[in-house]
Design a binder for this molecule. Structure first.
Ligand code: FAD
Length: 319
């Protein structure tokens, strides 16, 4: 028996959520006394792959193919899992994983749970805690089948980082006809230097910013902090900002170390996309704004006065 986790890359770089997932998988493996593997299906160099050892992965199976379709990915992971006798497959929660984790579960005849938010209890049972209703409730679920597929929420565990190196094995995969039924005709990449879902810090603006002409204030603070920029839904609906920056239930879900919300009221649909952030800072001129209830730090005041001061302070401290 062993455990394998699926590792996603942005280009050739392993995503932060996948490093967390690798650490989650290796912590489960050490609870069960089994070996932790990872599978990477991307054009990534050996240094990146070996670095997964820092997160407790003993061996990485690498398929050098960034274009592989979702159905084929499920089959490739299935074959790889069989080759190492893995009965637990662990995924990081992401839009692309949503497209094939359940296919894999069907192939493996596995119990599958999504939104896992803590390490499982392994006291003879295999019981997981998962988050429901955008983090408003939790379900405790026992997985009774021999094979299991877990999809892990961001920030579910504190990664344990070591100096170890993983060994890397190149493997190949030949898709069957059924794996290629879907055709990707176009890939549109989001703009911006930093991927919103990968950023350690996000500065996000809402309707309180009054208009796109004021966004330089958000961008200046983001630049000073090395942060990505996000926005509320109305802001992208009004074309003040591109749609890929829209954060929330119907937009991107982010889990940065620091989420700074400026002129955003804190509607439940917005909070659904940010409530796994480690620290939430809210800037709003209305002391009754609902976002303050979810905030770790709050500043009551006018964003147009506060943002330049914060940016200056960040520049002084960080440069
Ligand atoms: P507003 O609610 O207008 O709030 C603006 C805030 O700015 C106020 O709190 C105000 O006090 C403050 N403000 C004004 N001037 C200043 C100033 N000078 N300085 C500081 N603060 C100031 N929304 C999302 O964001 N993401 C989603 O994914 C999402 N999905 C939705 C899905 C559905 C099905 C529905 C029905 C709604 C969804 N919404 C979503 C919309 C959501 O309900 C809210 O309407 C939206 O989040 C409000 O955006 P806002 O906070 O920017 O604007």
């Amino acid at each position: 028996m062993s455990i394998i986790c699926y590792v996603e890359c942005a280009g050739s770089t392993i995503k932060k959520s996948s490093l967390e997932c690798a650490s989650f998988a290796s912590q489960v493996a050490s609870k069960l006394g089994v070996r932790a593997y990872a599978i990477v299906i991307a054009n990534t160099d050996n240094a990146q792959l070996e670095m997964l050892g820092n997160y407790g992965i003993a061996e990485v199976l690498h398929i050098d193919d960034a274009q592989m379709l979702p159905m084929a990915r499920a089959s490739a992971i299935y074959d790889a899992s069989k080759s190492i006798n893995a009965n637990i497959v662990i995924f990081p929660k992401s839009v692309s994983v949503d497209g094939f984790a359940s296919r894999l579960a069907v192939k493996m005849k596995a119990n599958m749970v999504s939104n896992v938010c803590e390490l499982p209890i392994t006291d003879g049972t295999f019981t997981v805690k998962r988050s429901l209703y955008t983090g408003k409730a939790f379900a405790i679920t026992e997985l009774k089948s021999e094979n299991k597929v877990l999809v892990v929420k961001k920030n579910a565990v504190q990664p344990i980082v070591t100096q170890d190196k993983a060994s890397v094995k190149k493997i190949s995969f030949q898709p069957q006809e059924t794996d290629t039924a879907l055709k990707v005709t176009e890939v549109v990449k989001s703009s911006g230097d930093l991927l919103l879902t990968e950023a350690e810090i996000v500065v996000s603006g809402g309707r309180g910013m009054k208009g796109p002409e004021n966004w330089h204030l958000i961008e200046n603070l983001a630049k000073a902090l090395g942060a990505a920029t996000g926005c509320s839904k109305p802001v992208s609906d009004m074309d003040w900002r591109p749609h890929h920056e829209h954060v929330g239930q119907t937009g991107v879900k982010v889990s940065p170390n620091i989420y700074i919300a400026v002129g955003i009221s804190g509607a439940i649909q917005h909070l659904a996309g940010v409530n796994t952030s480690k620290c939430i800072v809210v800037i709003n001129k209305d002391p009754e704004a609902p976002f303050f209830k979810a905030a770790d730090y709050g500043i009551v005041g006018d964003a147009f006065e506060i943002l330049p001061k914060l940016t200056d302070a960040a520049k002084k401290i960080l440069t």
